[in-house]
Design a protein around this ligand. Structure first.
Ligand code: ZN
Length: 457
């Protein structure tokens, strides 16, 4: 797109606002882009982009994979333009492009790594044609925003540039339905694991039948939810062949092998959590496609580790207290957390504080998601107490009863902090505090109250 006079006004105006916000120590990752787009709606098309553009989209793992790619590329000597500290919707992306350009709108970096919100596809892809688009996975997410996986896939497919090379999760058949007209596609995935099942045990399985003949899909193995190797017993539909296959996972020695048609390479694991192992294999696939050798990726990844910001452990006397961000309204994220708690060692209590106050002032408006989340995983012998706090405590209480959790194990209070009084310390040695993105401060108060209680004995 040819730069217009309006473009330069938008560029200079937004750069000025960006400098001003930075000077007063305000977040400049959204507003400058918003202003630029308001002045010149085609701003993203006119500004020069780096020579190579990598886009990262999908429900879960976008930020983690983008960070891995940025760090790896920079260690390989590239300068990256990215929206790491910014927002992943169009105004955030416009802000990042603005920061990576000079006063004439020329790019100053050689690679762009852009995290792109699925719902922003229609506003971004008409202007930015990535060389590579990675889709990590597609799951149902908060219902009010994302409705259904078909709705999200339709949005992406209506805008995705056909010339981009797609890097897709072979173990996720919904993700595989992205870009039906794109000619260039490669797939990553993870081989059968010891913990796999033959059928999904999870309530929410976003694809259950063959998209061609509607027969019930069968699995060679399921990792979790709808993620695994599937086939249709009635027609030729099946999971695609995998170009980057994570195999022979060795958690104890922190090693994973990645097999490609060129051979296999052992990488040091950067996390022992399956979700992040997927993120790692996805990043290896992107970097390889970008042209970086497996030896170089191996070296760079050797020093990486994924900091579990969502997970914090603390010893208080003889009790282990674990803070765990569970993401309310996201049934998959909660189910993964519940599964982790079930598998964890010890005699456990769970402080369930999953209400958020995002969409209604003193309440969570939509509770439908709790019927998609596997509360059944909390019905386990090793979980001795479940203590619910929050305005919608009774909803969670009912859900736990439906999951078969014995009534005597559950207690609830409308205020999270008040709920701590129900904790019976003599029965347990580990306490999980589950909380939401919007209730970090409440969770900290709950933790402080627990500490007080433990110290009093
Ligand atoms: Zn079929």
């Amino acid at each position: 797109m040819k730069k217009t006079f309006k473009f330069y006004i938008a560029l200079w105006g937004a750069k000025f606002i960006s400098e001003l916000l930075t000077a007063v120590k305000r977040n400049a990752s959204f507003m400058p882009g918003k202003i630029a787009l308001a002045i010149c709606p085609d701003f993203m098309g006119m500004i020069e982009k780096p020579e190579k553009v990598i886009a990262v989209t999908g429900t879960n793992g976008k930020t983690t994979v983008s960070n891995l790619l940025i760090d790896a590329l920079e260690q390989c000597g590239y300068t990256t333009l990215n929206n790491r500290i910014g927002s992943n919707v169009n105004a955030g992306i416009a802000s990042s492009l603005l920061n990576g350009a000079d006063l004439l709108g020329r790019t100053t970096k050689n690679v762009a790594v852009l995290e792109i919100d699925e719902r922003s596809s229609k506003k971004v892809y008409p202007y930015i044609k990535p060389d590579y688009i990675l889709c990590t996975n597609i799951f149902r997410d908060s219902i009010k925003r994302n409705a259904h996986t078909d709705f999200i896939v339709d949005i992406i497919n209506s805008a995705i540039p056909k010339e981009s090379k797609l890097i897709l999760n072979a173990d996720d058949l919904i993700c595989c339905s992205i870009g039906p007209e794109n000619k260039e596609k490669v797939y990553f995935g993870i081989d059968k694991l010891k913990t796999d099942t033959q059928e999904s045990n999870n309530l929410s399985r976003d694809i259950r039948t063959c998209p061609i003949c509607d027969s019930k899909l069968k699995y060679e193995y399921v990792h979790y939810h709808h993620i695994g190797k599937a086939y249709c017993p009635n027609c030729s539909f099946k999971s695609p062949e995998i170009d980057y296959l994570g195999a022979n996972l060795d958690i104890e020695n922190c090693i994973i092998e990645v097999k490609t048609k060129h051979g296999k390479t052992n990488y040091k694991l950067i996390s022992n959590n399956i979700i992040n192992i997927y993120n790692m294999v996805a990043a290896i696939a992107v970097l390889s496609e970008f042209g970086i050798s497996s030896g170089k990726i191996k070296d760079v990844f050797y020093d990486f580790s994924i900091v579990e910001t969502r997970y914090k452990e603390e010893q208080m006397d003889d009790k282990r207290v674990v803070m765990y961000l569970a993401k309310g309204q996201n049934a998959i994220a909660c189910s993964r957390t519940f599964d982790y708690i079930k598998q964890a060692e010890g005699k456990k209590a769970v402080m369930l504080n999953l209400d958020d106050y995002f969409d209604a002032k003193e309440s969570t408006e939509n509770m439908a998601w709790i019927y998609d989340a596997d509360y059944e995983l909390l019905n386990d012998e090793s979980i001795k107490q479940i203590i619910i706090g929050g305005v919608r405590a009774k909803d969670h209480y009912l859900r736990l009863l439906i999951a078969g959790v014995p009534e005597e194990k559950i207690s609830f209070e409308q205020k999270e902090v008040d709920a701590v009084k129900h904790l019976k310390l003599d029965e347990i040695n580990k306490i999980f505090i589950l909380y939401d993105v919007y209730t970090v401060q409440t969770a900290e108060k709950v933790k402080a109250k627990i500490k007080e209680k433990i110290q009093k004995g």
